[in-house]
Design a protein around this ligand. Structure first.
Ligand code: HEC
Length: 165
């Protein structure tokens, strides 16, 4: 939004109001294109428990091996469609996590959420192709996106026991 203004070489004082006005106009347009105001309803913990965790588990369970033999996993076209749908729902939760009031900041949180969405879309494509190896790889990327965000945003998670703040 304000990025164009920030990157300019030191603006002359008489230019500043113009840059600010342009920024406000961009913000106003962005607000319009977003449609009605969205109000968060559930907590992040509730979204994690009821949606993010169960739908990602469906993706993880699509590619599990024990002693070199695949266990469970989708078999029919319908099974694969459900894996795909769950992957897409994981991608959709990225939108919920990015809503105002939930996003913890506009930088790391956005990047972490996009990583989860990208991995979820990768899983959806793998399910569409009914490709077990590809869904395993996508599951790894999903898992990395979970832990990446948790390490950054859940205070004291996996903190070294002797760490003195
Ligand atoms: C963009 C950041 C982010 C991503 C990505 C993310 N989480 Fe979370 N998760 C959080 C935060 C923040 C909390 C702590 C919520 C709280 O307690 O207020 C949390 C908490 C949780 C919890 C505990 C919920 C509870 O009962 O307190 C589970 C389970 C969980 N996440 C699973 C996952 C899984 C599985 C993934 C990946 C598929 C994932 N999360 C991806 C931010 C994230």
């Amino acid at each position: 939004m304000g990025r164009a203004g920030i990157r300019r070489p030191a603006a002359r004082p008489d230019r500043i109001p113009i840059v600010v006005a342009a920024g406000v106009a961009v913000l106003a347009l962005a607000a319009c294109s977003r449609g009605p105001d969205l109000q968060p309803v559930a907590t992040i913990a509730q979204i994690m428990e009821t949606t993010v965790e169960p739908v990602s588990n469906v993706v993880f369970d699509a590619a599990v091996w024990e002693n070199g033999v695949q266990v469970g996993g989708p078999k029919t076209v319908e099974d694969w469609k459900m894996v795909q749908a769950n992957a897409l729902m994981l991608g959709e939760t990225a939108n919920l996590l990015l809503m105002n009031g939930r996003a913890k900041d506009q930088v790391g949180w956005t990047i972490r959420t996009q990583a989860m969405r990208d991995a979820a879309l990768e899983a959806a494509r793998a399910a569409d192709a009914r490709n077990t190896e590809a869904i395993f790889a996508a599951g790894t990327h999903i898992y990395q996106s979970c832990t990446g965000c948790h390490l950054q945003y859940i205070p004291n998670l996996n903190a070294p026991p002797k760490k003195i703040e």
